[in-house]
Design a protein. Sequence first.
Length: 256
Amino acid sequence: MAMQQTAPVTTTPAESPARGRQEQKYLHGPQGRGFELRHTLRVFSEYFRGLRALHFLGPAVTVFGSARLTEGSPYYGMARDAGAGLARAGFAVMTGGGPGIMEAANRGAKEAGGASVGCNILLPHEQAPNPYLDRVVTFRYFFIRKVMLVKYSFGFVVLPGGLGTFDEIFETATLIQTGKIKEFPIVLMGRSFWEPFLAFMRETLVASKTIDQIDVDRLFVTDSAEEAVEHIRSVALKSFGLKYGAMPRKRRWLFE
C-alpha cells in the first residue's frame, strides 16, 4: 500500500537574487558599517528562527550523504533502512532535506512512522526539499544550518558523499576532538567507500602525528543498518543518559 503524503510544516526565509549577491559582498572583505550591521541582524534572525522551529524536535540523529546518489544506488537502500531503524528506536531523523541519501533517510523514517526533518539550504540553483519531510527549515547560511544539524543530534550517520559530506564529517569530528561537543557516535555506512579514507587517516595522518589514533577509532564503520542503529542507541542511552519522556511545554511569548 502506498504511503500517504502529507504537506510538511515549512519555515523558509524570503529570498531574492539581491540577497545572494549581498552574501557574496559580505564575504569579500570589510564592508560599510551599516551593511555589516544589517547582515548581522539577518544572521541573528535566521539563527533564532532555526532554534524556535527545532526546539521541540526531541532526540534526533543526523544523516549525512550525497544528494547525487539516487534510488538505484545500494547506498540509497542503506540510508533508507537506517532512517527506518532510527525512527523505530525513537529518534527523529534529520538530514539536509534534499534528494539522494538525504531523501532516502527521511523516506525510511517517514515509512516507519517516525519524525522526519530537513534543514534545507537556499542555493543559486535551488535545492528543493524531498517529499518525505514532516518539517522543513530552510536556511540561507550554511554555518547556521550546520549548527542546527549538530545541536539537536545524539549521533551521526554518514553515507558516501562529496565535498559537502566530507565538510560535515570533518567539522563534526573536529568539534568532538576539541571538546566543543560530547563524544557522540559517528557511524560511517558503506565499508568499501570509507576504507580508503580510513587507510589515509591511519597511514598518513596518524603516521604524521597530525591526528591521534583515537580520532580514527571514534568512527564506527558498518554496512548494516541494524548495527548502526544499535551502536547509536547504546551510546546515547549509556554514555549520555538519554531518556524518553514528556516534551517541554510550548510558550507563546517565545514564538513557539
